[in-house]
Design a protein around this ligand. Structure first.
Ligand code: CTP
Length: 421
């Protein structure tokens, strides 16, 4: 860590405030100046003496304390990074709306520094459309959302909504401030293998596109979306701010994605997916192109259901090429962005798979290409996967197998190596 940061830690009224004590402690021990702002509700959970002792600074609670130093804006103006942990549904709604009726609200509005938000609430509140929309608003403004995690909640219930662990929050805060995740780990000992994507935006495409033929039929493929959703969930568990562009998903992966509460854009056709990727990829530091994108789409979509009586015994369907989304991303590279492509091939053995994968990466030089064999009960819809991972050079850098989540984590390990300075 080469410089001491001014960090504002906003604490709002959730029981997870006790975990934020550890966040403040780790940041202080790493040599940063931490100013805690606690809302009235936060003080119901952890009192002022704890915050003052741990931060080694006076606690800030009211707009009307120390008015002569214009503290209601000063704390925000001086901050290198602002973090709200825990962030209740109420606080997230207030920040999304720009409400400034307390010291934390004025500080957030007065700050130009990166804002990291660690939500904590019950699953129902996290999944309520109001909260989903508010979190989307924050994300669209570049706010980094860490968690929430799944697990035991305050009552007997279990689910999504637990505040992320302190080490994940510390890493996200330091990464957001530009201190770098590796520095964060070295100084605080906080960086674990599972938070190495903290502060990174990861875009994942998942599922199979469907190209309409007429109002009732489509050209599609057997992709279940399991591997793409596994990538999205794995990246989020490692601290990433994840956006999923979801084409058609089977019910299982769709439910997994829903439960994860990740920002999701639903698409149907290859053209929809291409537009969504074009819009979202600019802000991403990692793009995982796991979707099975149709290579061809019907040249014409019939407005009314096509009748057998009009087509006879043989029906011909003219198809035209779709945009190559991965190809377009690679043709317009962004320095530092890591792009992962996929190759699902009907290969008889490892050698044939390798040859086909090498041909593909030579044509589409992704940073990594995950190649797996499909057909005859392999690949699509299965819970497990087995893949060769190639670098842009065409060399095999890993052979991965296991659950689709394990495969995702193994590939993300390689992504993290490519992202590191
Ligand atoms: N892909 C894409 N846009 C398309 C088709 C595919 O972005 N229109 C992406 C997929 O998401 C995948 C990779 O390209 O990451 C490989 O897709 P695939 O269709 O297997 O490869 P192609 O290059 O189209 O080659 P071929 O069909 O000849 O195997």
């Amino acid at each position: 860590m080469d410089r001491s940061l001014n960090i504002v830690v906003g604490v709002t009224g959730g029981i997870a405030a006790y975990k934020t004590v550890q966040v403040v402690r780790d940041l202080v021990l790493a040599g940063h100046a931490v100013r805690v702002i606690a809302t009235d509700a936060a003080l119901q959970f952890v009192g002022a003496p704890t915050w003052e002792a741990i931060s080694r600074q006076p606690l800030n609670t009211s707009i009307f304390d120390d008015v002569s130093s214009v503290r209601h804006v000063g704390l925000g103006q001086q901050a290198d990074v602002v973090v709200i942990a825990p962030a209740t549904a109420n606080t997230i709604a207030k920040v999304a709306a720009g409400i400034a009726d307390d010291l934390l609200g004025t500080t957030v509005l007065a700050s130009r520094a990166p804002l990291v938000v660690a939500p904590a609430m019950h699953t129902e509140m996290w999944q309520h459309p109001a909260t989903v929309a508010n979190v989307d608003t924050l994300r669209s403004r570049g706010v980094i959302i860490v968690g929430p995690d799944s697990g035991r909640l305050t009552g007997p219930d279990v689910g999504l909504g637990r505040m992320s662990e302190p080490d994940a929050i510390v890493t996200a805060v330091l990464a957001a401030a530009g201190a770098g995740a590796a520095d964060a780990g070295a100084e605080t000992g906080a960086r674990g293998p599972r938070d190495d994507l903290a502060g990174r935006r990861v875009l994942v495409t998942a599922g199979g596109t469907r190209e309409p033929i007429d109002p009732v039929r489509y050209v599609g493929n057997h992709s279940s979306g399991k591997q793409g959703v596994a990538f999205a969930v794995a990246a989020a568990a490692r601290g990433a701010d994840v956006t999923v562009i979801a084409a058609h998903l089977d019910a299982g992966p769709a439910a997994d994605l829903d439960a994860a509460g990740l920002r999701t854009i639903e698409v149907t056709t290859a053209a929809d997916l291409a537009r969504a990727v074009e819009k979202e990829a600019a802000a991403a530091s990692v793009v995982v192109m796991a979707a099975a994108v149709a290579d061809y789409t019907p040249a014409e979509v019939a407005e009314r259901k096509i009748k057998k009586s009009a087509r006879g015994e043989v029906m011909q369907l003219a198809l035209t090429r779709t945009p190559d989304v991965l190809g377009a991303l690679l043709a317009d590279p962004v320095p530092g962005r890591v792009v992962v492509g996929f190759a699902a091939e009907t290969a008889a053995d490892r050698n044939e798979l390798l040859v086909l994968a090498q041909e593909k990466i030579a044509r589409k030089p992704a940073d990594l290409l995950v190649a797996n064999a499909v057909g005859a009960g392999r690949g699509f819809g299965a819970d497990d996967n087995e893949a060769l991972v190639l670098a842009a050079s065409g060399d095999v850098v890993a052979e991965v197998s296991g659950s689709k989540r394990a495969v995702a984590d193994a590939v993300l390990d390689l992504v993290v190596e490519l992202l590191s300075p």
